[in-house]
Design a protein around this ligand. Structure first.
Ligand SMILES: C[S@@+](CC[C@H](N)C(=O)[O-])C[C@H]1O[C@@H](n2cnc3c(N)ncnc32)[C@H](O)[C@@H]1O
Ligand code: SF4
Length: 282
């Protein structure tokens, strides 16, 4: 199989926020040394874009900037963060390690923002750090996870992003409290021709496109487990562990081929684009 284009690498499962909708499970993080060895392997890989996230990656700032710098020589590197821990002295390192920052911002209103991440006084801080990045010409994209809790907040976040001249990426919530498909369709219809807003693969059912797991995307968890995508991370989808097996071998294994077949089969018999939304997906 060809190497996928996009890789999500979680360098920690720890976080300073506690978002009500978050899918991350606590795992043992790899050491700095293990992460550096992986980064050297990834630098030589065919991935086009590598996202460094978590948990909250900036809890391991030293490591984030070290591997970001190494990977940025050959890759399009992206930092995915909740933005809370960014400091003025980090700006130069962010700029030399990452092509852009994807910053999670799930409400433009203080009360809802803090009720979602369950951290008091986080709104002002994150807002201040968005401004800090903008003032320093760091390319920022707003990540907005569409959940039943902030469904109505998208309008205001979109306007906020427009005022700041930022792009916004809407991510469909993956989890067990689905938003009814009809509501998603209405919202998607409203926004699909707006500028500077994009919708992730979870909305593929609308575009009649298929899921890109394994073919376009791959994810590495904080313990080194490799999955077909960030969200398809149930143990039965585990392809291998990067500390034991080189990534190329994992991608070309019979296990990967059989999981890819299962994904394709499930999607071809269902109108949803993302396997996670397929009821009774086995
Ligand atoms: C797990 S977070 C890690 C990086 C960082 N802590 C952050 O929040 O941006 C990566 C991305 O996944 C999104 N996310 C979290 N839970 C989700 C869920 N259940 N479904 C879809 N996206 C989710 C976050 O909003 C964020 O944009
Ligand atoms: S900030 Fe990111 S990793 Fe942390 S709880 Fe929220 S979504 Fe999850």
């Amino acid at each position: 199989m060809n190497n996928p284009y996009f890789l999500d690498w979680e360098i920690t499962s720890k976080c300073n926020f506690n978002c009500k909708f978050c899918y991350i499970n606590k795992e043992k993080d790899l050491s700095d040394e293990e992460c550096s060895i992986i980064a050297k392997q990834l630098a030589k890989s065919d991935f086009f874009e590598i996202k460094i996230g978590g948990g909250e990656p900036l809890l391991r700032k030293h490591l984030v900037f070290k591997i970001g710098k190494l990977l940025s020589r050959t890759k399009n590197t992206v930092l995915v963060t909740n933005g809370y821990l960014i400091k003025e002295e980090d700006i130069d390192k962010i700029k030399s390690s990452f092509k852009k920052v994807q910053l999670s911002f799930h409400s433009a209103e203080d009360a809802l923002f803090t009720s979602l991440n369950q951290v008091k006084s986080s709104f002002k801080k994150v807002l201040g750090n968005i401004n800090l990045l903008i003032q320093n010409n760091v390319p920022v994209v707003i990540n907005f996870v569409l959940t039943s809790l902030n469904f109505e907040a998208l309008d205001a976040v979109y306007k906020f992003a427009q005022r700041k001249n930022l792009k916004i990426r809407v991510i469909r919530y993956r989890g067990n409290k689905f938003i009814p498909k009809g509501d998603i369709e209405r919202l998607y219809k409203k926004f699909k021709n707006y500028k500077n807003i994009s919708f992730d693969d979870g909305f593929n059912f609308w575009k009649k496109k298929k899921c890109g797991a394994i073919k376009n995307t791959l994810a590495i968890s904080s313990s080194g487990d490799v999955y077909p995508c960030t969200w398809l991370r149930n143990k039965k989808f585990k392809l291998g562990n990067i500390t034991c097996t080189p990534l190329n071998e994992i991608i070309n294994s019979t296990k990967a081929k059989s999981i890819l077949n299962k994904i394709n089969k499930a999607i071809s018999t269902h109108e949803e684009g993302c396997p996670i939304f397929i009821e009774n997906f086995k």
